[in-house]
Design a protein around this ligand. Structure first.
Ligand code: 5GP
Ligand code: ZN
Length: 119
């Protein structure tokens, strides 16, 4: 069922505490943790605790939860002090765009120059 934990989902396991992560923020609905393979000095993943396969599915099924994720990206940027210099929020969607974990997540990237357009 939409939103229910998936047995084989890595990020559901992080939410459940079955896989360790360096958590930087947590609310009732959202967890933010350091990416294991950081692409910038600040590289944090913000995920809903409920399972949705991608950002659009999340926003369609639970707009308030999608807003929680988006709000937390800003809170992460402030906490890690990349808000003034600028940061990027990325939702890779689909294998062709580089999505490898099919549990919705926002990448918060900052602390270095960020080229536009991205690769
Ligand atoms: P995607 O490629 O799906 O947009 O992003 C998945 C992200 O999850 C990647 O940036 C990858 O480095 C990160 N990742 C994969 N496995 C783990 C893990 O076990 N722990 C953490 N903290 N991040 C992970
Ligand atoms: Zn999941």
């Amino acid at each position: 069922m939409a939103g229910e934990p998936e047995a084989d989902c890595l990020f559901c396991k992080i939410v459940a505490g079955e896989v360790p992560a360096t958590v930087v923020r947590e609310t009732d609905t959202v967890v933010a943790f350091q990416d294991i393979n950081p692409q910038a000095p600040c590289h944090v993943l913000v995920i809903p605790k409920a399972h949705y396969r991608d950002a659009a599915s999340l926003a369609t099924a639970d707009p308030a939860l999608a807003a929680d994720v988006l709000r937390e990206t800003g809170a992460v940027a402030t906490q890690l002090k990349v808000d003034a210099s600028g940061y990027r929020v990325v939702f890779n969607t689909g294998t062709g765009a580089g999505q490898t974990v099919f549990h919705a997540h926002a990448h918060v990237l900052g602390g270095r120059g960020l080229e536009w357009p991205p690769g």
